[in-house]
Design a protein around this ligand. Structure first.
Ligand SMILES: Cc1ncc(COP(=O)(O)O)c(C=O)c1O
Length: 350
């Protein structure tokens, strides 16, 4: 604490990211990173782009917006890019979610959402997931300024179908619905095809998970032009160059290498199904996941204790000290070998 702090700093409760230890030999299944790495074309594109380091990057990241637009069947003007989807989300809170009525999001979801509310002074209400940890759309029929859903939800992994998202969007024509699709490529249906029909829908995605580029920091939003314009106005009042020229080049290469994307996500989904089966056989209750992680609890073991025991055996998973989910572990789907080693360790613990 210091007398130089602005008043808002005293009120902040910052987000705590998962551990990034620098220890060799750890099985790191705690931050939903992709075990296969990005397309080899990414490193080539980044190496080629080093020639341009002397210059400021394109503030509009035109090449990347065009590549995303071509890949998703939208116009480049319907795409906003930022330094990770966390930054895209942050701008969304400031540009589009601060109104008189509260913003609604589930009580169990990405824990950065309340942090942004604190930073930007956004009023919010948490809507409880049902007993099966599912989003019940009927619970969102209440006075609100906007709705924010992660789909698939995190940390549960449970996804809503596209027709359910469309029903929600259609039921709230005067409220913005933001769908955070960080994990959508692992088996859920994207809401991007709905954007053309709905001016109140903004879809946010990231290259951190299915494109294995968490270290490059690239995320994007797709929505109709007035929504994108709001994000650009905030971005251009904050940082003209959120994506450097290496990030733009690497991200374009990742988006364009569809074969790598399809192959690696299919491998992760196949490993997820095997891990689901193995954990169920060990007695875990495992939620049905359309993401690159599983959310599981054992009926006779405390989540905190299991996470600590795994840590002692060099396996890192994520545990949340939060009501309703304190006995769950969120386990990233690693390589097949990492998943098998996790199951072997767990077999000795439960
Ligand atoms: C639901 C959700 N949204 C957004 C993000 C942010 O991802 P990034 O900033 O790496 O794009 C994460 C990261 O784990 C996430 O779980």
């Amino acid at each position: 604490m210091s007398r130089f702090w602005s008043p808002v700093v005293h009120t902040l409760t910052p987000y705590v990211p998962g551990e990034q230890p620098k220890v060799d030999g750890l099985i790191k299944l705690n931050t939903n990173e992709n075990p296969y790495g990005p397309s080899p074309r990414v490193a080539e594109a980044i190496a080629a782009a080093t020639d341009r380091l002397r210059l400021y990057p394109d503030p509009r990241a035109t090449a990347l917006r065009e590549a995303i637009a071509a890949s998703y069947g939208v116009a480049p003007e319907e795409v906003f890019v930022g330094n990770g989807s966390d930054e895209v989300l942050a701008h969304t809170f400031q540009a589009l979610l601060k109104h008189d009525a509260p913003l609604l999001f589930p009580d169990i979801t990405y824990s950065f959402y309340p942090v942004y509310c604190g930073l930007y002074g956004v009023a919010y209400e948490e809507v409880p997931l049902d007993a099966a940890m599912r989003v019940q759309l009927a619970d969102y029929r209440q006075t609100c300024s906007a709705i924010l859903l992660a789909n698939p939800n995190a940390p549960t992994g449970i996804a809503l179908a596209r027709r359910e998202i469309e029903a929600l969007v259609a039921e709230h024509p005067d409220q913005l619905v933001v769908v955070d699709e960080a994990y959508v490529d692992f088996g859920a249906e994207s809401a991007v095809p709905l954007v053309a029909r709905h001016d109140n829908l903004l879809v946010i995605q990231t290259l951190s998970k299915s494109r294995a580029l968490a270290g490059l920091r690239v995320g994007f939003a797709i929505g109709q032009r007035p929504l994108i314009e709001a994000l650009e106005r905030v971005k251009d009042s904050f940082n003209s160059y959120p994506l450097d020229c290496l990030a733009i080049a690497g991200a374009v290469a990742a988006i364009e290498d569809d074969a790598w994307f399809q192959e690696t996500r299919a491998r992760i989904m196949a490993s997820r199904e095997l891990l689901f089966r193995d954990l169920s056989e060990l007695g875990f209750e495992v939620l049905p996941s359309a993401a690159n992680f599983l959310f599981a609890r054992h009926p006779r073991r405390s989540g905190a204790h299991l996470a600590a025991q795994l840590r002692e055996r060099d396996v890192l998973v994520r545990h949340f000290r939060k009501p309703r989910i304190q006995d769950f572990l969120r386990i990233t789907v690693g390589t097949q070998d990492q998943c098998s080693r996790l199951v072997d360790v767990l077999r000795g613990l439960v």
